[in-house]
Design a protein around this ligand. Sequence first.
Ligand code: ARG
Ligand code: GLU
Length: 686
Amino acid sequence: MIKRLFIGAMVCLTFSVAVADEGMWLPNLISERIKDMRSMGFKLKASDIYSDSKASLKDAVVQFGGGCTGEFISDQGLLLTNHHCGYGSIQKLSSVEHDYLTYGYWAKSLKEELPVPGLTVTLLVRIEDVTERLASGESADSIISKVIKEGDYVAEIEPMYYGNQHYLFVYQRYRDVRLVGAPPSSIGKFGGDTDNWMWPRHTGDFSIFRVYAGKNNEPVDYSEDNVPYRPKRHFKISTKGVEEGDFTMIYGFPGNTQEYVISDAVDYVVNKANPMKIALRTMRLEIISAAQEKDAAVRIAYAAKHASIANAWKKWQGESLGLTRLNTIAKKQKQEKEFAVWAAGRTEYATLLDSMHKAYKKVIPAYFKRELFYESVAAIEAYSIAIHLRNASAKVEAGAMKVEELNSLRSSLLKNYNKEIDSAIANCMLKELLARMPSEALPKSFKEAVDSCGGVNNYVEQLFGATKLLDSNTALTCELVNSDSFIAFVSMFIDMAKEARSYAFRNISNVPAIEQWYRPYMKALREWQSERIFYPDANFTLRVAYGTVTGYENVDGEYHTHLTTLDGIIAKDNPEIYDYDIPQELRDIYARKDFGRWAVDVNGRKTVPVCFQASNHTSGGNSGSPVINAKGELVGINFDRTWRSTMSDMEFDPSICRNISVDIRYVLFVMDKIGKAEYLFDELGM
Ligand code: ARG
Ligand code: GLU
């Protein structure tokens, strides 16, 4: 762990010394960090954070869906997460008559809570170090099947430190999850892609759900008879707010970091992968934006797609800038030179770096192929629509699905689809694929098809002209699907897709051919840098990050303070700009200064706090994570990092890396003044 004291350009602030922390710690080992946490102000014990045997804060933190975090805030299973995490669910429940995405949704009683088909919430039951069990010959499958026999559990064995250790995670997955409340998008997504990955920030990025269970509190499928889940532990909300210098902790599920990789991997990301991915997404976004500008219906239909393409696109740009500015490649190369000197006398490690460089030479082209495939072929919407329909058609043939269902599936897949946009994207992406992929890596059938048409333009025109899959007016049959031009296109890429999938959830450094070398390398690093404290890279398992509420010096002479307020929302408000067009109600509340009990004094102004930043080490997956104060109370919901932090998945810089949270007082203000959600305040006892 690197720990530095820093004093920003906070000349006029006396409490300006802050300690920033790198690290995403395993909660079951948090006793190793607790002294440090307490020295920074934390008041609780390690067993309050995590315990196998008694209720602890870990019982109040959940995986929300397949990539976010959430937290219980009542003994009746009431759950908070981000608006952008609930977005897909809210969209699913929305229709033209009931547009909850645009206008928000507030249940007024349990009866009005809306079930979200397919949405799950996953609770961690326990963590167990199974390194020795595996070493003594027990198989992962047998460990997992024993757990599954114990009860209705989901079990996963996750490698830590590139497989030097293995931990068993036992979960319960709840399948009846209902929407309780969501602000209008103009609050929940305020600032949109313009402000995304940036500070100052003013997004009310929250939504509220409730987990339902069977009579015995167990996970069950949706039924009217289900009752609210009673969590072992839920967060107490603190409305006292945060000050610069306060301790904060983030408890959640960061997805994927690679902090210990050698320079080859950073070089790949900065010089090969990111430039390609950024370039292709720039083209895709330009096509979508141009269509959105011309047509309001397209703007709405493509809003979520645009946001998700733009999210990673923007992050990669910040990441490349950050890694370049930090000189990460050169720093790593220097470290590798020093390591090589140390390793030279040790037979176990002497040739390790050479093997790693060699392995990267092989792995990089294969991994790049995968990334290019995802950004080009798989970026064509009709490609995935065709796959869905092909799979469904196989089910119809096997008698497991009706042909009417095949047709209604197609209608739902085409809900927000625009063929002109997609064919323009296909045209552009397939040209990029041909230009960027080594010819021998391309499917022969695809090259021949393009050649026989006389080029990509004609090929794409024929492909989209001939397909019946994208035309709701043609009734689908299995014969039609199976002989469709797009199914033929999908088939050409079947091997490439299979290979790409084999890397699922893996970054360039944990594909098997490299990981086998990282295992001894990690072990060697820990022997070599025996003073350094290592935390395992994020892998969507539960972690604790801790730090302090603090601003930072963004550029020379420009200090970004820790807190934003409603005044900043009003300053940005502009009905002409989609991302900054707030609800009239909020304007009126502001004009009346009707802040109720949520009013605070900020530098002599009566206002409402909105977002704050802190120095916790977070990553994608930490969205929706509870932000916890020194007493273990909830003070915010994490949702982003600042622009200059985005390289922290590869190198964390404590002087500028900041996570962004929505202040819980803004959440409550919106629930109260916009949502008028009295019944929730009764439940919260507030
Ligand atoms: N950057 C945040 C994250 O990585 C928020 C993304 C959602 N917001 C958006 N404007 N696209 O997920
Ligand atoms: N917005 C991210 C998410 O959805 C969290 C921000 C980050 O990457 O730090 O998980």
